[in-house]
Design a protein around this ligand. Structure first.
Ligand SMILES: C[S@@+](CC[C@H](N)C(=O)[O-])C[C@H]1O[C@@H](n2cnc3c(N)ncnc32)[C@H](O)[C@@H]1O
Length: 465
């Protein structure tokens, strides 16, 4: 029987026997086992001994042959691999062939690669771009690649933009990535968030987590129409985009809401807020990262099943919602997350690590919390998770719709600063009770401000900078 150890031994001591084994196998499974376990190839390895397998009907066999030829980085295979790259029926095999051509780093392949930029399969084009980037100082290659900025595929566009048209970003701005402005640290401003945000400087927030008003489903939210409501959210979220630091996160908790029927002659209406707001967010530049489902043990709204339970007639089934969405977005940037992480010093990274058990799935089972003053508060556990997963110690965390200020409390407990805005005086009073005298991390009182006082502080900050 052929084992991994036997293949290893043959590679060192009896390469002829290895070629013979490859030629004699009738069963594709055995061929694949051989090909998959060849590992590093010795310098005297003759790849031509298995090129006959490129005619094999099994795409996986062809893939592994190409992959092994790739390990040789030998331009004498250019012709045969070019044929696979252009003619093979299987996209994965073709991509591997292009990757193999790329590894050869030979200018001889450039004309073929340029031609392949017109392929109709975007995955192929992406692989070709990768191979061509090695030659991007060549004027013709550069021009051909730059032209792909208008390619219909968004992944291709974003690779080309990153390589040839990098965005001007905050890394050029005067504020350090880790910096928080003093006048916003542990501050609660009472007023309409749209007015307050006008005085918040660009790229001053590390993380926003919020649960906006639920259209007209609760008493604190009155809008003329759903369109007006979405327009309101869009205006706030655009501003949040502006004030968020490069590559940082916006975490949005919403769920579909129901507006009850006015009488038995009419039906109730459900509004899918997370799905309706999503396209606007993407359009303003937020990149979709994750959809987390917050699962509660029991429905928090009225039982919708009572009628169906009695009559059991199809079409009238209405499940009780036990979930809400926690949608995670990141401010658009060319930079990888690693860039954001490397802005922090070693000590901060160490102190911010999420140690011990944590939820590995996108279903977070968390009990809801009920509050005597506010009808829809975050459970503190939800805030704790979002803050721990998406921010570092001493970051500035924002909630534009702060309600009872749960996010502020969590930020404080976890060694982060908070910045909260809330329209209603009664809820700001609640925040005062929640946060007053409880700042173990900074030993500072939270500052509760009205818009005018906040504007003055913002103006002073602007003058200093
Ligand atoms: C769903 S609640 C948020 C509850 C909060 N997450 C908590 O843990 O208590 C939404 C809040 O947004 C506030 N709000 C609505 N419109 C606002 C606006 N234009 N500016 C500031 N706050 C607003 C409401 O008063 C309400 O307290």
């Amino acid at each position: 029987m052929i084992t991994k150890e036997y293949i290893k031994e043959l590679k060192i001591n009896n390469i002829g026997e290895l070629y013979r084994l490859m030629q004699e196998q009738k069963d594709n499974r055995a061929v694949l086992f051989l090909l998959e376990n060849l590992g590093r190839l010795p310098s005297n390895f003759d790849g031509k001994r298995f090129t006959f397998l490129l005619e094999n009907k099994n795409a996986q066999v062809r893939f592994w042959v190409v992959k092994n030829i790739g390990k040789l980085s030998d331009t004498s295979y250019l012709e045969i691999i070019s044929r696979i790259a252009t003619e093979d029926q299987n996209s994965t095999v073709r991509r591997e062939a292009i990757s193999t051509i790329g590894r050869m780093r030979t200018a001889k392949a450039v004309p073929l690669l340029i031609e392949m930029l017109n392929d109709s399969d975007p995955k192929i084009v992406l692989q070709v771009i990768r191979a061509l980037l090695v030659f991007k100082s060549n004027i013709i290659v550069k021009e051909k690649l730059e032209n792909l900025n208008n390619h219909p595929n968004e992944m291709i566009q974003s690779v080309i933009q990153k390589e040839f048209f990098p965005q001007k970003t905050s890394s050029d701005s005067s504020m350090r990535h880790t910096e928080c402005l003093d006048f916003m640290k542990n501050v609660v401003v009472q007023g309409d968030v749209r007015n307050i945000l006008k005085d918040v400087p660009d790229e001053s927030i590390h993380l926003t987590f919020t649960s906006p008003p639920y259209y007209n489903a609760r008493d604190y939210s009155i809008y003329q129409s759903y369109k007006e409501y979405l327009g309101f959210l869009v205006s706030v979220f655009k501003e949040i985009y502006r004030i968020t630091k490069e590559g940082r996160f916006f975490v949005l908790n919403t769920s579909p809401v129901i507006i009850p029927r006015i009488s038995r002659q009419h039906s109730s209406k459900r509004y899918p807020i997370p799905f309706d707001i999503h396209p606007y967010l993407v359009q303003m530049g937020w990149e979709f990262i994750d959809d987390i489902v917050w699962a509660k043990p029991e429905a928090s709204v009225k039982n919708r099943n009572a009628g169906f339970l009695q009559h059991r007639k199809p079409l009238a089934y209405k499940p009780n919602p036990l979930t809400e969405y926690i949608m995670v977005y990141r401010k658009k940037t060319d930079k990888l997350l690693d860039w954001n992480i490397r802005r922090y010093d070693w000590e901060t990274v160490k102190l911010s690590k999420v140690l011990g058990d944590y939820e590995t799935s996108n279903v977070w089972k968390i009990d809801p919390t009920f509050d005597r003053v506010h009808s829809a508060v975050f459970p503190i556990e939800l805030c704790n998770r979002v803050i721990k997963f998406y921010s570092y110690k001493e970051d500035l965390i924002f909630d534009p719709f702060a309600g009872s200020g749960t996010l502020g409390k969590s930020a404080m407990n976890l060694g982060r600063y908070f910045f909260l805005t809330e329209k209603e005086e009664k809820y700001v009073e609640r925040i005062k009770q929640e946060l007053g005298n409880k700042l173990p991390f900074t030993k500072e009182e939270p500052h509760i401000l009205n818009i005018e006082s906040f504007q003055k502080l913002a103006k002073r900050e602007k003058e200093i900078r």
